[in-house]
Design a protein around this ligand. Structure first.
Ligand code: FAD
Length: 535
């Protein structure tokens, strides 16, 4: 991890081409706060930054976020031959899968459960070989995973790896590529253009780590030619009536999001018979439903579940025979969040050519809320329907109120208004906040020329360059959920983040930052990966 003491000068030059330098901060200007001049100016000079008492660290490539998107990008670059001291990952996370592990755990995919993506989507292995199924078969000495990938999805469900297997692989790869060496902890505040080319990325270090000699440094500026943004979800958003209920009642107990820790709901249902209302028809609602049904079955509980769908799917749907999607009992069924050819087939090629409204319409057609049709879930739901403890409804909620310790939702159904009383409401709609609610993204939109794509997120080129934000020879790249709506729909998935990382690496190779990963390098690097040697 880089240090940024106020009176230090460090040279971390690795390959003799570029240097990472921490400049000395003048005691007269100690403080390191953002000045009015900096805040109001779109492009800065080194002098302006130094004047503010902000130390400058020079490094060619900076990645912001430090989640899985940042990890796979630096993984690609390490495999392409970039030394760790030429890159910095600015992050508020301790390890790359931290946010992902939190979100999966609270939405009921703990380490021992299986995630959604397939056998070859390996964020710790750019080749996807050996696949998770093969690795699991060898580790557990069983042919079952191999049989499953052979017959999926006709005679069995899609094989998907356990969350714990994904995390163990990421941990191994992080060690192999020297990931922690590149991480600098802190909160990124903004990215601004540097006059003459490149960017300044302002980082607020965690206060405990701030140097105490002279005066604490409030900010550090990372000056780089390239910036990569992978900040994940800009924030959570609740449906308006859920938000109103929580704000008005100041009640965060009865109405919860599936993306919040809500273990108290399952504990309550263990202690006494409970009615739980679920909202949403995606995979997260399937997971929560599975947990409630498993607890009911394993612990002999008498939980009643009311599942409300805004759009109730009663059968196969779609504009024509070729693009029909299966559905039933409220759910739209699809193995993965998009059709598979989005990651490498016809749809990927077609989407690259679409602009504006045509692209937005294509997203609408193939995306939308959906969940895989897993045989075990089907059997549990069937039992629930037959025994009357699992009921589905179609409608929207007008109002929610607290009555005698229960949440009453006024549901507008095709048959009229129905009051549904429940002990808890779990919101599984997974709405995301607007990108402008993220401070760094809002600043990029306002000061760095970034724009929005047809779905309102960051507008990126096919190479994942953030359109409109070039600075001399400098480029900002963005990948992940903030770029959904671009030429490549699968961005917020492991494989999608890897495809973005590959495009970014190829673009950086064209710009002379790193060698291209050609067949020879790829083969040599795979052998190093397989034997656990550093790239
Ligand atoms: C419940 C759930 C299940 C999923 N299952 C799958 C699956 O099975 N397969 C699959 O392929 N994909 C799955 N996904 C998608 C998955 O989240 C993404 O593939 C991936 O985790 C996104 O990586 P990211 O780097 O873009 O975001 P993250 O992993 O969230 O990392 C971004 C991080 O950046 C940090 N950050 C943000 N702003 C700043 C700042 N200003 N300064 C410093 N740090 C900052 C935050 O800590 C943030 O978490 C799932 C997602 C969810 C929510």
């Amino acid at each position: 991890m880089a240090t940024y003491g106020p009176s230090e000068r460090t040279s971390l030059a690795g390959d003799g081409h570029e240097q990472v330098t921490v400049t000395r901060r003048s005691p007269a200007t100690a403080g390191g706060q953002l000045t009015e001049e900096l805040l109001e100016t779109d492009s800065w000079t080194e002098a302006m930054v130094r004047e503010a008492g902000i130390p400058i660290v020079k490094v060619p490539f900076v990645s912001i976020g430090g989640g899985i998107g940042a990890f796979v990008t630096v993984d690609y670059l390490r495999i392409a031959g970039v030394a760790p001291d030429r890159m910095r990952v600015l992050s508020n996370l301790d390890f790359p899968w931290q946010t992902y592990e939190y979100l999966t755990r609270v939405s009921q995919i703990p380490r021992g459960e299986r995630i959604r993506s397939d056998s070859a989507s390996r964020p710790d292995n750019i080749w996807g070989f050996p696949s998770y199924a093969l690795a699991e078969a060898v580790r557990d000495r069983t042919l079952r995973p191999l049989w499953q990938v052979l017959v999926e999805p006709i005679w069995d469900d899609y094989y998907t790896p356990k969350a714990g297997q994904v995390f163990a692989g990421l941990e191994r790869e992080a060690k192999r590529i020297g990931y922690q060496q590149m991480v600098v902890q802190g909160q990124v505040r903004m990215v601004r253009r540097c006059r003459g080319g490149g960017y300044f990325t302002i980082l607020t270090p965690p206060s405990a780590d701030a140097p105490t000699q002279d005066a604490p440094t409030q900010r550090v500026a990372y000056q780089s030619q390239f910036v990569h943004l992978a900040v994940g979800y800009p924030g959570l958003r609740f449906l308006p009536e859920l938000q109103e209920f929580r704000t008005k009642q100041q009640d965060f107990y009865h109405v919860v999001s599936a993306y919040e820790d809500h273990e108290h709901v399952y504990e309550f249902a263990r202690a006494k018979p409970a009615v739980i209302m679920l909202r949403g028809g995606g995979i997260v609602s399937s997971r929560i439903l599975q947990r409630l049904m498993d607890d009911r079955e394993n612990l002999g509980l008498s939980t009643d579940i009311v599942h409300l769908f805004r759009t109730y799917i009663s059968g196969a749907h779609g504009p024509n025979a070729w693009s029909r999607r299966k559905g039933g009992d409220g759910f739209a069924y699809q193995g993965f969040n998009y059709p598979k050819s989005v990651w490498g087939g016809q749809l990927k090629a077609r989407m690259r050519k679409l602009e504006g409204d045509q692209r937005a319409a294509a997203y609408k057609l193939m995306g939308g809320t959906n969940t895989p049709r897993r045989r075990s879930w089907q059997a549990q739901m069937r039992t629930g329907r037959e025994n009357g403890w699992y009921r589905t409804m179609s409608g929207t909620v007008d109002q929610m109120m607290l009555r005698d310790g229960k949440v009453v939702s006024q549901v507008k159904t095709p048959q009229g208004i129905v009051d549904v009383s429940a002990d808890f409401v779990i919101d599984c709609t997974g709405l995301e906040a607007d990108i402008a609610e993220h401070r760094v993204l809002a600043d990029l939109l306002e000061h760095c020329g970034a724009g929005r794509n047809p779905l309102g997120r960051l507008d990126v080129e096919r190479t994942f360059e953030l359109r409109g934000s070039a600075s001399g020879a400098g480029v900002i790249y963005a990948s992940g959920a903030t770029t959904l709506g671009g030429y490549f729909p699968g961005v917020d998935t492991f494989l999608g983040l890897q495809i973005a990382a590959q495009e970014i690496t190829d673009d950086l190779a064209r710009r002379g930052f790193c060698p291209r990963i050609g067949p020879l390098r790829s083969t040599r690097q795979w052998l190093r990966w397989a034997s656990g040697r550093e790239p």
